[in-house]
Design a binder for this molecule. Structure first.
Ligand code: AMP
Ligand code: MG
Length: 372
């Protein structure tokens, strides 16, 4: 991981852009975030515009530690303190009733704000240098695959300017418009999937709810808080082939997330014998208009052979490595201009990280027509 002290001039330049209300994408241990001053409504509006994000989808606010978090909430509860002590810096976002100083646009109009302290030295150095909490939604167009490398971010936003993290002298550009995205290059993200989002009780009788699964598991949270934890149900089932059709016809209409641009389908290991047959049917339906050969890429977990002209990507069988690799693999497959991407559903076993990964795969795909 780059040492922030090697990049003091780059960080000061980025912090100045943020203080003026500009946008700076920054690395975290999960994915790259699109940073802006969380207390500046104009800067927050630029984030929604750059991402094309629906205004009711709240943004996570990034802080450099509990001291910066406390003024942003009505009450820094005992549960929040315990969670921050146990998991910060790290991939856990804590949802609490917001203080009036947090603009309504940050919380999508809702009463609660999600707070997180990233486990990445460059991210925390940027927050400290700016002296402000930073909103940091994933630095990608809304609904598509989250970026896990600076190059991914550069390709999302036209006119983005890379701020190298390799040390050496830095020659800042003369003027930077506020809607230009500066991209702080911190290499590849170690974790690779978004943070766990947890809502501890705000009132007596409330339960602890994990709103989004991630690296920090519900069991870990339960043991820190000494009480049971609910996990919000996964995204609505989408097994109907009608939805597959929507996915192909007008991707923007589907309530989806983390999705590649290429039509993407998931299948279970047990389905493998029928997958190739399905693949043929599917590809016949997806034949490119120019008469070119339809090709698919299959992301598998086991050792499977995929007939030409289709491609296979062998995904890691360790969940940590799988999580770190998933989004880059989806982007690489997207770049191949294929007719379809097929993803083997991750196993459900003792490691809770697989559940978080399966959630991302589920949202990125629809089931194969005969699946589930
Ligand atoms: P992203 O920044 O793209 O990773 O998305 C942030 C996600 O965190 C949102 O889509 C919500 O699922 C969750 N989130 C952020 N803020 C809140 C909040 N105030 N209340 C509940 N969930 C939140
Ligand atoms: Mg996102």
């Amino acid at each position: 991981m780059p040492d922030a002290t090697d990049h003091a001039d780059v960080i000061l330049f980025a912090a100045e852009h943020l203080r003026r209300g500009g946008l700076v994408a920054f690395p975290t241990e999960t994915v790259y975030g699109l940073g802006a001053d969380a207390l500046n409504p104009g800067a927050v509006a630029r984030v929604f515009a750059a991402k094309g994000r629906p205004s009711n989808n709240p943004l996570i606010v990034h802080v450099d530690g509990p001291a910066m978090a406390q003024p942003l909430v009505e009450r820094w509860t005992a549960d929040a303190r315990k969670l921050a002590e146990a998991f910060w810096p790290g991939p856990l976002s804590i949802v609490l009733p917001k203080h009036a100083c947090v603009p309504d646009s940050v919380t999508g109009g809702g009463p609660n704000v999600a707070l997180r302290c990233p486990d990445h030295e460059l991210a925390r150095a940027l927050i400290r240098a700016t002296g402000r909490p930073l909103v940091g939604p994933s630095a990608n167009k809304s609904g598509f695959v989250s970026p896990t490398a600076a190059e991914h971010v550069m390709r999302e936003f036209a006119g983005a300017v890379l701020l190298p993290a390799g040390g050496g002298t830095f020659a800042p550009p003369a003027t930077v418009p506020l809607d230009t995205v500066l991209v702080l290059d911190g290499g590849a993200c170690a974790r690779g999937i978004e943070s766990t989002v947890v809502k501890p009780p705000a009132a007596i009788g409330d339960r602890v709810v994990v709103l989004r699964q991630g690296y920090v598991s519900a069991d870990q949270i339960a043991s820190v808080l000494g009480r049971s934890v609910d996990v919000a149900p996964p995204a609505a089932a989408d097994s109907a082939s009608a939805i597959a059709q929507t996915h192909l016809d007008s991707p923007g209409l589907l309530d989806r997330h983390y999705a590649p641009r290429t039509p993407a389908f998931r299948f279970t290991a047990a389905q493998w014998p029928e997958v190739l047959e399905l693949l043929l049917d599917l590809l016949a339906a997806l034949q490119p208009a120019d008469g070119a050969e339809a090709r698919a890429c299959v992301l598998t977990l086991g050792s499977r052979s995929v007939p030409s002209p289709h491609a296979r990507v062998a995904m890691p069988t360790d969940p940590r490595q799988y999580a770190a690799r998933l989004y880059a693999a989806l982007r690489e497959a997207d770049d191949e201009k294929l007719s379809a991407i097929l993803i083997e559903t991750p196993p459900s076993n003792a490691d809770p990280l697989w559940a978080a990964i399966a959630d991302r795969v589920r949202r990125a795909t629809v089931t194969l027509p005969s699946a589930d």
